[in-house]
Design a protein around this ligand. Structure first.
Ligand code: ADP
Length: 504
């Protein structure tokens, strides 16, 4: 095992080694409990550092700080233009910290260093810039009520929802934190962020940068720890008005239960089993490239991964061969090696889960065209895998695997393709590959998914809302909808009295 710690800058190494403190009320707080979790490099299996979970008292303190700053108006009463300036400064600071943040994502989050530096860090900065623009555009409406005999004037005012709990997953820790923090802060909320126990470092650094940029102390609080302890506490606490969560569908269900005490508002961005529809009239080369990218990027650990590839029978063999060739050409390797094109899965436990799905499918008689085994070395690698599934009864057809495993299935007609695409309890994303514009329109209308890409797959943009139909979640992130998720609408009806000094 060759440590990747020797490949990062000294500053990153020292940041990884810790100590790892919570951010509560604007202060870096030393945990009172003993370390419970390890920070592990998934490329090598090396334990890099450790950290403690927040105790109940520490989680309470974080929620209290958020509550206090919200109730006193420390941030929500800052003028919109000033809030925008702070968010813009956060973006600049993220870019100034590009190397550190990128290396943290590569070592702790299993992101390829090139993608981390050029994709993740850029996207996190962009989230703050985009939301800086919204601060000054949060507007209500005016109405003329129609009650006979009364002179009334109606307006709506949009106000921050209150204290928001932000719970993020490990498959894009920096970006997911930014995607939640930026709209929450643009709206004027105070927050408690709990990153995944697998990836804590970039969120902690981001918390420090928010303070440097001018977010007042206590507006953003960060605690670390397990989902069922610290996460559940945040979801159950009646002082929290809203939770924005990204993670698995099962955890989403647990959150609904936890949130019911004070009926807190929930945004849930959950799992997917997204179809990629390749019609016979598609640019087949582009479709093969896009489908391969759609499932193998970030080793398939992407909620919108195109894990079910549906191909017209006339192009089926060509597409299977093309995607398999792309899979075989990927260079599996550690994330700090710039020649690696496929990194590891996040943990040994997760690799075992991916591997057991493929083994089960094999035992069900499914054909594995390429891959289907763990990768070499001490890291948690898994080979990019292509499976042919004619029957659609196997475990890989219906379950979200969250790994580099593509299921390819043939169809004869457009109607059959659309029915197969919708044959899932999920409804997060889909892509349609076709040069026929009417067919594209028919498909985008029929697909029950929160986002449909045409002749591309998996491209996010801050202006485009994203979220789930069916069991892929509640609400939308990004765009105006994402800001609105952190706002309440208040209607104000005023009776206008006649001027007592007027004649008659
Ligand atoms: P994954 O299985 O991909 O890690 P999870 O949905 O389990 O996805 O985790 C996503 C986030 O939700 C993590 O920050 C995790 O700690 C948190 N989490 C897990 N279980 C709960 C829970 N019962 N209540 C609140 N948060 C939870």
């Amino acid at each position: 095992m060759h440590s990747q710690l020797d490949l990062v800058q000294a500053r990153t190494k020292s940041y990884i080694q810790g100590p790892h403190r919570f951010l509560i009320g604007g202060k870096a707080v030393d945990p009172s409990a003993a370390a419970e979790f390890h920070i592990t490099d998934p490329s090598t299996g090396e334990r890099l550092s450790e950290f403690a979970s927040a105790t109940e008292a520490e989680t309470n303190a974080a929620i209290s700080a958020a509550r206090r700053t919200f109730d006193t108006g420390l941030w929500r009463n800052v003028s919109p233009a000033q809030r925008a300036q702070v968010l813009w400064r956060v973006a600049n600071l993220i870019e100034e910290n590009r190397q550190l943040l990128g290396e943290l994502e590569a070592l702790e989050g299993g992101k390829l260093i090139g993608a981390a530096l050029n994709g993740e860090v850029w996207a996190a900065a962009e989230a703050f810039r985009y939301h800086a623009g919204w601060c000054t555009k949060i507007e209500g409406k005016t109405f003329k009520p129609s009650i006979p005999g009364l002179d009334l004037e109606g307006t709506t005012r949009l106000e921050p929802v209150g204290v928001a709990g932000l719970i993020t997953p490990w498959n894009g820790s920096l970006v997911m934190s930014a995607w939640k923090l930026a709209p929450a802060l643009a709206a004027g909320c105070s927050v408690v962020l709990k990153p995944s126990e697998n990836t804590v470092l970039s969120a902690l650094r981001l918390g420090e940068l928010l303070g440097e940029a001018g977010v007042p102390e206590g507006v953003v609080n960060i605690v670390l720890g397990g989902g069922r302890t610290v996460g559940a506490h945040i979801c159950e606490d009646a002082r929290v008005d809203k939770v924005s969560f990204t993670g698995s569908t099962n955890t989403g269900r647990a959150l609904i239960d936890a949130a019911k005490g004070n009926l807190k508002k929930l945004s849930l961005e959950l799992g997917g089993k997204s179809p990629v529809l390749v019609f016979e009239d598609a640019d087949i080369r582009a479709a093969i490239d896009g489908a391969a990218e759609g499932i193998f990027s970030n080793a398939g650990q992407v909620c919108v991964a195109g894990s079910r590839i549906l191909v017209h029978t006339s192009k089926f063999d060509e597409v299977v061969a093309g995607i398999s060739a792309r899979a075989d050409a990927l260079a599996i390797g550690p994330t700090m090696d710039e020649t690696s094109t496929l990194g590891p899965l996040i943990s040994e436990q997760h690799r075992n889960s991916v591997s057991s799905y493929v083994d089960r499918a094999r035992s069900e008689g499914i054909e594995v065209v390429t891959g289907g085994e763990a990768g070499d070395g001490d890291g948690y690698f898994y080979q990019p895998t292509v499976i042919i599934d004619h029957e659609r009864t196997s475990c890989v057809w219906s379950n979200e695997i969250f790994g580099p495993v593509a299921t390819v299935t043939p169809f004869e007609t457009e109607a059959e393709a659309l029915a197969l695409a919708n044959d899932t309890e999920y409804g997060l994303a889909a892509s349609v590959w076709s040069e026929n514009t009417s067919r594209v329109q028919r498909a985008t209308r029929a697909l029950r998914a929160g986002i449909v890409w045409v002749n591309c797959h998996g491209i996010p943009d801050m202006s485009m809302p994203i979220g789930g139909y069916k069991q892929s979640g509640w609400g939308r992130e990004h765009g105006w909808n994402g800001v609105e998720a952190f706002l309440e609408h208040k209607s104000i009806m005023q009776r206008v009295m006649p001027d007592p000094r007027a004649d008659g």
